[in-house]
Design a protein around this ligand. Sequence first.
Ligand SMILES: *[C@@H]1O[C@H](CO)[C@@H](O)[C@H](O)[C@H]1NC(C)=O
Ligand SMILES: *[C@@H]1O[C@H](CO)[C@@H](O)[C@H](O)[C@H]1NC(C)=O
Ligand SMILES: *[C@@H]1O[C@H](CO)[C@@H](O)[C@H](O)[C@H]1NC(C)=O
Length: 346
Amino acid sequence: MSKSDIEHSSSGANPEAATTTDPAKPTLFQRFKTHMKRWWWVYLIAFCVVILVVVLPVIYVGVPNFASKYINDYEYDYSGLEITNPRPDAFHVRQKKQLSMGGGFSGSGYLSPFDADIKMPDTGETFAVFPVQRIAFDGGAELDIDQDLHLDCVECLGRLAVQAATNEDLSVLVTGKPDLKFGALPTAHLDIRKTMKMKGYDVQKFVNTPGSFNVTSVNLLKPPTKEGYNVNATIALKNPTPFSVEMGSVSFNLSMGGSDLGYIDVPDLTLKQPSSEIVMLGDLDMDLLIQQGIFGDGDGLGEVTIDVQGTRCEYNGEEIPYFAPAIKAIKASAHINLMDYASSLM
Ligand SMILES: *[C@@H]1O[C@H](CO)[C@@H](O)[C@H](O)[C@H]1NC(C)=O
Ligand SMILES: *[C@@H]1O[C@H](CO)[C@@H](O)[C@H](O)[C@H]1NC(C)=O
Ligand SMILES: *[C@@H]1O[C@H](CO)[C@@H](O)[C@H](O)[C@H]1NC(C)=O
């Protein structure tokens, strides 16, 4: 978030604030109202934090597309946000960042700690409660999140994950009642109830956007490993999300023109910024691959289309029920030119 974002958004939300020059001393209530208008973004940050930590792992790049008016105006900076240690009913969230307020506005106060309830908009089920820490501000604020997020309804997050991975729009409802204290002004009791809309993510488009991933090495394993892998490939994968996510061990089935090509395992899929090196081990039908490369219906010699279907996502041997449905919902076709890897394949 840059200084100009805040200034821009603040003046957008309150166009008269900068220009009003009322000679009369404003009443406490007027000052309070002005203050609330100026400070909406402080609790907005609390919101964003809530949303981004909960829905993030599944929304991929959807979060910047918040439909709400304020959030449309507001650019949250996700840099440094990390999701790690996924477990079936919890994950860890970390982000530390300094926020500057801009606008030449000084003064101090705080947003009290509060529980943000994240609910399904249709059924009202609470699927997670995010304890937001006290956020103090004094010409700026420091967000320091380093905590586990427990999921009360894992299946709810799984449903959102599928929507996100299949490019559907989705939304969540966030409620919370923090207090906002600013200087000598009376404490404001906020009652937040907001539906956050997000866009799903088009995996197919990502896979076929040039530069999304590059195969950096392919090695045939002869003889195959004891697990049965006959290929070891490394890819450089651009992070489709604005944060870092540890997903665990992920597998995909591959096929070509309807024939089974085999599968690949990614023992440790961690998306880092801006891109990560990912090791993939596969058991592939090399004869089929080469035969399709030569005689297949690709445009040129070696041009093949590989259909990818996600099959599982585990961490420490346990299925991660909110990532797995998203991985399983991935169905994409990658276009690859085998000639680029001819020296290692033949
Ligand atoms: C696969 O390749 C990576 C990088 O070259 C290497 O670190 C890893 O040990 C290899 N794994 C196997 C099973 O060959
Ligand atoms: C893949 O290679 C292209 C061309 O060299 C480069 O522009 C792109 O950033 C690379 N992508 C990744 C994820 O490294
Ligand atoms: C993946 O491939 C295996 C072996 O062909 C098959 O048994 C399994 O059903 C496939 N899974 C999916 C999700 O397509």
